[in-house]
Write a protein that binds this ligand. Structure first.
Ligand SMILES: [Zn+2]
Length: 768
């Protein structure tokens, strides 16, 4: 029997979406990245798809897509974000799956429980939805049905495995400590041999025979080696990593389970050590060959069966207590804190979901042909496998009035956020006021709001008494009910708050509509179409009133009109009328928006938005301002760079240096991309730019623009390699940060290292 190796990566992030905008808001702790998803993607997920293999002289001899050589699962909620924010990376994951499928007959990608719920704690219906929606998402993403599914926290019990098997899932992966006893697969239910972490043979897959008559295979990963990757600096050196693997391997399958962010985020350049190891495996060094679970299972059907500890999970030694009680397992840095908030939080969120389910089936009975079947099929709409129209034709009752159709879609959205509220992350850490539990509660709030809007019960009144008993470890925060009031409910959106954000977004982006026209502020979850009222004289809607006259001090601009608020995957729109006065030159967040809609009149001051939403508006403003000012500076300094005179004897800087200093990035740009300057002019300019370029943010900002242009040039049909090469040498001359990562990728992907691009490729570190 040969020695096989399978390294598995689990790629997942706690849900961070705001449930109204369905967008991830800026997170201060991730700055200057926008949010943690983006930061971990930059540090880990993207480098893994682009891992560098270096030759003896430190040049890049290969850009390796590690996903092609490891087994991996990525959470549907993470992939949803990634598909919008980093579509190229999702494409590389899909390509990796296709390539492994072609090589091994089975793809590397595994599905994952949709919202990362602890399935043994979920209701039967929620188990089924979490699994079938995950199958749909995977199928849409990878173009094939999944063979394996990763269970959140590897939390397992028999009902969970039944649901996987019923969805045609062939295998899952568990921690070795979850096995209780083994027996021959051929035998009956006797002759079980008890096993523990030390005695379990993890080199083979096992069969779990289920009460339904179905069965599913289970792989067990190597616990100590997987731990070593995370905690013992195995990623510091590829050769050491390989030797540990090679020593541990014996005939059969050696499996590691690792978290995706281990490579890069927790361990800088960890992806390079992994790439080295994968390359050794690819070459068959020491008789090892790389495989994935599905391929191994197809070639090696289980000869043994296993009984599991039920329920159990990889990150709790007490079953699945970590997600419902103070079991003692904790993360977050406060080992002495109490976790007795977990039980009431579980109770409150489960109760909210139960009440939402009840409402769904009562109210849904008049909208759907079969409410349960509709809910299962909604996964296909979320995945993009079915359009809203297709879904409506199949699942809504015939000739359903528009108002009832709107109710049906809201009921489905209610279920989606209800399921999201139960993501495992809320219970994983050590405090109820952390972002993860607060997000879970916020998703429940959104589900409750949709229940109320469709005539459902007052769920909030049911769960607040329970939340009152969930005590925070921070006395000033009180308990779950006070956290609900102070941290959760202020996040709620209204017609006025959404209209205010739309108006401010359009203002910050210089896109406010002219009278009689419309403009849209778009988030993944909601689109607000703002129409400015038509011109009809004396201060009526749409006319800018009180506009500052020349010479007048202060003043303000007023707008009024209508706004249509349309939710994604719903039908119809909420129509409101608005009026708004923006103080000129003052605080735009102080500008009150007054909205009249079906619910009456409402006033909203954007200053009252949660900090992340204010930050989102500020980011739109910053992006637009940066572009406007950059264009203006660029057009002036394109000429200005020629007006830096030649350096004179004993001259140390340019005259009027303090005035010109603010323009240094535009001057540098003009120099980087411009024609050669006479030597003495160049000398003065370079000296001056060196004096100015001490701010890392400015240097990085400049290089982002330089790389964007270089990428566009290199991707053009006949790239100007000479200009690109001159740019690189001048970047070095100015000692600007050299991050050629993206352009190296492009050259590698398009195979531009040979022919006319060769010199440039070599210049930026590629072996040619
Ligand atoms: Zn525990």
């Amino acid at each position: 029997m040969k020695k096989h190796l399978c390294i598995h990566g689990h790629f997942y992030q706690p849900p961070r979406e705001d449930p109204w905008l369905n967008a991830i808001l800026p997170e201060g702790s991730a700055a200057p990245s926008l949010n943690w998803n983006q930061r971990i993607t930059r540090e880990s997920y993207a480098p893994l798809a682009r891992a560098r293999r270096l030759d003896g002289s430190g040049r890049i001899s290969e850009v390796l897509n590690c996903y092609e050589w490891i087994s991996f699962n990525a959470g549907p909620t993470l992939l949803n974000w990634m598909a919008q924010a980093e579509p190229g990376l999702v494409r590389l994951m899909v390509e990796a799956d296709r390539a492994s499928l072609a090589r091994l007959g089975h793809g590397n990608a595994m599905a994952q429980v949709y919202h990362h719920q602890i399935l043994p704690l979920a209701s039967q219906m929620d188990k089924e939805l979490e699994v079938s929606w995950a199958v749909d998402d995977f199928t849409a993403r990878f173009g094939r049905a999944p063979e394996g599914m990763w269970l959140a926290e590897t939390a397992v019990d028999t009902p969970t495995l039944e649901v996987l098997a019923a969805n045609s899932i062939r295998f899952t992966v568990l921690a070795p400590g979850q096995a209780r006893a083994v027996a021959s697969a051929a035998g009956g239910q006797d002759h079980w041999t008890p096993v523990n972490v030390g005695s379990l043979d993890i080199r083979q897959p096992y069969l779990v025979k289920l009460p339904s008559g179905r069965s599913i295979a289970v792989f067990f990963y190597d616990g100590p080696l997987s731990q070593a990757v995370a905690f013992e600096r195995l990623l510091a050196d590829g050769e050491t990593f390989w030797r540990r693997l090679s020593q541990a391997a014996s005939p059969g399958l050696l499996t590691l389970a690792t978290d995706g962010e281990t490579y890069g985020h927790h361990f800088t350049f960890g992806e390079m050590a992994l790439a080295f190891v994968l390359d050794q495996g690819r070459l068959g060094r020491d008789g090892l060959s790389l495989t994935n679970f599905a391929a191994y299972l197809a070639a090696n059907p289980p000869s043994m069966q296993v009984q599991l500890h039920e329920p159990s999970a990889w990150s709790c030694a007490h079953g699945v207590e970590r997600w419902r009680s103070d079991c003692g397992c904790t993360d977050g840095g406060h080992p002495d804190w109490r976790q007795d908030w977990r039980a009431p939080l579980r109770q409150a969120l489960a109760r909210a979901k139960d009440l939402a389910d009840l409402h769904y089936f009562q109210r849904g009975a008049t909208c759907f042909k079969d409410p349960r079947a509709a809910l299962a099929a909604y996964g296909k709409v979320l995945a993009g496998l079915a359009s809203q129209d297709q879904f409506a034709a199949e699942h809504l009752r015939l000739k359903l009035p528009a108002s009832e159709q709107a109710v049906a879609w809201k009921l489905l959205a209610m279920q989606q956020w209800g399921l999201a509220s139960l993501a495992s992350c809320a219970w994983f850490f050590d405090e109820i006021s952390r972002i993860e539990p607060v997000n879970g509660l916020t998703y429940a709030l959104r589900a409750m709001e949709l229940a109320a809007r469709t005539g459902g019960p007052d769920i909030e009144a049911e769960i607040l008494p329970i939340l009152k008993t969930a005590h925070s470890n921070l006395p000033e925060l009180g308990h779950g009910e006070t956290i609900w009031r102070t941290l959760v409910k202020p996040r709620r959106e209204s017609g006025a708050s959404l209209t205010a954000q739309a108006l401010l977004t359009l203002w910050a982006d210089d896109r406010l509509p002219a009278p009689g026209t419309s403009a849209q502020a778009v988030w993944p979850g909601v689109t607000v179409t703002v129409t400015a009222g038509g011109k009809s004289g004396n201060g009526s809607p749409g006319v800018e009133t009180g506009k500052r006259q020349p010479g007048a001090k202060g003043g303000a601009s007023g707008w009024s009109g209508t706004a249509a608020i349309a939710w994604a995957l719903e039908t119809g729109a909420d129509q409101v009328e608005y009026s708004w006065t923006l103080p000129e030159g003052g605080d735009p967040l102080a500008a009150a928006v007054i909205v009249r809609g079906p619910g009456g009149e409402e006033s909203f001051v954007p200053r009252d938005l949660p900090v992340n939403k204010r930050q989102g508006l500020a980011d739109v403003f910053a992006m637009r301002s940066s572009d406007v000012l950059w264009e203006a500076a660029l057009s002036r300094m394109a000429s200005g760079v020629f007006l830096i005179p030649e350096i004179q004897e004993a001259q140390t800087t340019v005259t009027l240096a303090p005035r010109l200093a603010g323009q240094w990035t535009a001057l540098a740009w003009a120099y980087l991309w411009g024609p050669p300057l006479p030597e003495k002019n160049r000398e003065l300019l370079v000296r001056f730019l060196g004096q100015c370029s001490c701010c890392d943010f400015e240097r990085t900002g400049l290089m982002e623009r330089v790389i964007a242009r270089a990428l566009a040039m290199a991707a053009s049909p006949s790239p100007d390699w000479e200009s690109l090469g001159i740019m690189v040498s001048r970047v070095r001359e100015l000692n600007l940060p050299q991050d050629w990562w993206a352009i190296q990728n492009l050259i590698w992907d398009n195979d531009l290292r040979h022919g006319p691009g060769r010199a440039f490729a070599e210049l930026i570190g590629l072996a040619v």
